[in-house]
Design a protein around this ligand. Structure first.
Ligand SMILES: NC(=O)c1ccc[n+]([C@@H]2O[C@H](COP(=O)([O-])OP(=O)(O)OC[C@H]3O[C@@H](n4cnc5c(N)ncnc54)[C@H](O)[C@@H]3O)[C@@H](O)[C@H]2O)c1
Length: 398
């Protein structure tokens, strides 16, 4: 018998509200719900991988309700560009898109962000529906109003806030994700647990370690947890620039590690989720150093990050000084008045309780502490080598 398990929740981000429907093996239900939108056309933004794996399942059903225009590109971050956006907008308009059309973001965070911006711009805003197929998209990016593409200078530089009309997740789509991709999205779920909902830690530990991560039950539980945590964090904060900043836990060091690793251009780059997971290890140690978390709570971070399969040491090839140069210009500086030698970081007084105020859960941390923590999280050999090298460089300078 088909186990549909259809559920719905209301997402509330500041003043914005939209329904989030989810279940297992429910693509036909998703299509019939979309049929109620009375669209003259569905503009489906996706990538070639998702289209190949799941296109048939959803799009055939959808075509029963309105013509479907598929706007697809090869997968990957390179899709999030102004040139792709511009050519997809032209394709959509050329295909007869109107104000009654509905943009369907079908895929991970990349097609999701691109579709969000496309929907926001087309005729100054048309309806947007997300059908996420990655854990990152289902549990993170669709629980946000932020839509963006990348500029030549960096990630998410060109964007806007555009509220989706609804999100529809069939966790069966998530079951074809490669294991690493699946876990990458769960790094943010783990962040939510540690920084917002620590009561869910025992269940999260069980889900991560029992080897049934891709089961419908585990995925549905993780989805519900993500919805609850996000709601707790963003209620009254549409732009995620006040209480929602708690969602940046692990991101100061995490973003810096992600960027430095990308600059190295290795064959198997650290994913966004993995970088954030490592960033949480650093944040936990800083929290402990300023009198917040205790040893047991730091150990819980280590245990969960290890269970995620994310790096627990600074990834090979990365130098503390390079990571520090990015930490120094972190974009959270603007939210808190800090000195030159400090960084604004989300740190925890205890699990689920950030230092600072609800409207500004940030702490000014001395950069020396960040560096000390990073050195402690470096591979000992690598650290020794770097120290020796800096010593040599110093000798030369002297
Ligand atoms: N607030 C926000 O808007 C927000 C939050 C988090 C992440 N993001 C953005 O999301 C992007 C990352 O999202 P992502 O990790 O989903 O990337 P993605 O969309 O590139 O998907 C990752 C890979 O998984 C493949 N894939 C997708 N669904 C699949 C499935 N069901 N089975 C097998 N393979 C599948 C894709 O083809 C791609 O190769 C980044 O650009 C990031 O900036 C935005």
């Amino acid at each position: 018998m088909k186990r549909e398990n259809w559920q719905s929740r209301q997402v509330a981000i500041g003043d914005a509200r939209y329904p989030y429907y989810f279940g297992h093996d429910c693509a036909d239900r998703i299509a019939s719900e979309l049929g109620r939108y009375d669209a003259d056309r569905f503009l489906v933004v996706t990538d070639d991988t998702v289209l190949g794996l799941h296109g048939q399942t959803l799009l055939t059903e959808l075509a029963a309700y309105a013509p479907v225009e598929v706007l697809t590109r090869p997968p990957g971050e390179s899709m999030k560009s102004l040139s792709t956006l511009s050519s997809l907008l032209d394709r959509a308009i050329g295909a007869g898109a109107s104000r009654r059309s509905v943009v369907v973001a079908f895929g991970g965070g990349v097609p999701g962000n691109l579709a969000g911006l496309l929907a926001g711009l087309l005729f100054r805003g048309v309806r947007l529906v997300h059908v996420p197929t990655t854990t990152v998209a289902a549990m993170d990016s669709t629980l946000s109003l932020k839509q963006a593409v990348n500029s030549a200078h960096g990630k998410n530089h060109i964007g806007m806030y555009h509220t989706p009309d609804a999100v529809f997740t069939d966790v069966r789509f998530l079951q074809t994700l490669p294991d690493r991709e699946l876990r990458s999205g769960l790094c943010e779920a783990t962040k939510n647990c540690l920084a917002i909902r620590p009561g869910s830690a025992p269940e999260l530990r069980r889900v991560l370690t029992e080897g049934r991560l891709a089961s419908p039950e585990s995925l549905l539980w993780l989805l519900e947890e993500s919805l609850t945590a996000k709601e707790q964090a963003t209620v009254g904060d549409t732009k995620e620039q006040a209480s929602g900043l708690v969602l940046e836990y692990g991101h100061t060091v995490g973003h810096a590690v992600e960027l430095c690793d990308q600059r190295l251009g290795g064959a198997a780059p650290v994913s966004h989720g993995e970088a954030i997971a490592f960033g949480m290890l650093a944040a936990a140690r800083m929290s402990a150093a300023i009198g917040g978390l205790g040893a047991e709570e730091v150990a819980l971070h280590d245990e969960l990050v290890h269970a995620l399969g994310a790096p627990t040491r600074l990834p090979p090839g990365l130098r503390v000084e390079d990571v520090m140069s990015v930490v120094r210009v972190d974009n959270k500086r603007g939210y808190l008045r800090i000195a030159e030698h400090e960084a604004a970081v989300v740190l925890l007084e205890e699990l689920g309780v950030p230092f600072g105020s609800r409207d500004c859960p940030l702490t000014a941390v001395d950069l020396d502490l960040v560096e000390e923590v990073l050195n402690g999280l470096s591979d000992p050999d690598q650290h020794r080598q770097h120290t020796a090298l800096s010593g040599e460089a110093l000798d030369v300078m002297v």
